[in-house]
Design a protein around this ligand. Structure first.
Ligand SMILES: Nc1nc2c([nH]c(=O)n2[C@H]2C[C@H](O)[C@@H](COP(=O)(O)OP(=O)(O)OP(=O)(O)O)O2)c(=O)[nH]1
Length: 181
């Protein structure tokens, strides 16, 4: 089983006449999310949050911080990540990936592109779900509103996961995580 993370940085968009965006105090104030257009690997060509697989003995939180820095250059304090979800992706009846989802309104730096990802600030009402994993429209809107989710998503048709067919889902909202990563 693969253990992976996703991280969704949120901000308040720059207002009229302002060149700088405002840090949001909390998720309810934020109206833009940082997505990446993935340039290689699983989900290549699709939009997603920064993220990837856990390495060595790092915690999910450490992984989300490292991946976000590697992919788009933002600096995040692990304590500023808020756990927003746990997603289980099944492929042909077996757990393929367990993914920890985080969000944050606190980060430093400006996003920059990398070999792996092209970053883009997107309005939370304008997320391009037609260019994302098919399951994302079921859980990401709630995550961007500040809710928590445990979700199970079943795919069938064999590897790779991003070419398999999405067949079934089960969602549980507003749960508190005993282990927040
Ligand atoms: N939004 C979303 N993300 C998903 C789904 N399924 C899934 O594995 N992911 C995420 C988890 C990981 O963050 C990412 C896959 O990990 P990755 O980016 O490291 O995979 P990769 O094959 O490109 O590996 P690498 O070359 O970068 O090491 O995709 C899904 O259905 N929706």
């Amino acid at each position: 089983m693969i253990e992976a993370t996703l991280c969704f940085p949120l901000r308040t968009s720059p207002g009229d006449g302002e060149s700088e965006s405002q840090p949001a105090d909390d998720v309810s104030e934020a109206d833009e999310v940082l997505l990446i257009e993935k340039r290689r690997g699983l989900g290549d060509g699709w939009y997603n949050g920064p993220g990837g697989k856990l390495e060595g003995d790092e915690t999910p939180r450490e992984c989300a911080v490292r991946e976000t820095h590697e992919e788009v250059g933002l600096e995040i304090d692990p304590a500023d990540l808020e756990k927003a979800g746990e997603l289980t992706f099944l492929l042909d009846g077996e757990v393929h990936t367990f993914c920890h989802v985080f969000r944050t309104t606190a980060f430093r730096g400006e996003p920059r592109p990398s070999e792996e990802a092209r970053p883009e600030w997107v309005g939370v009402e304008e997320v391009p779900y037609d260019r994302m994993w098919e399951d994302d429209r079921l859980w990401l809107p709630g995550v961007l509103e500040g809710r928590t989710i445990a979700g199970e998503f079943a795919f069938s048709g064999g590897e790779p996961l991003d070419e398999a067919e999405f067949v079934r889902h089960d969602l549980e909202w507003d749960i508190s995580f005993t282990d927040d990563g």
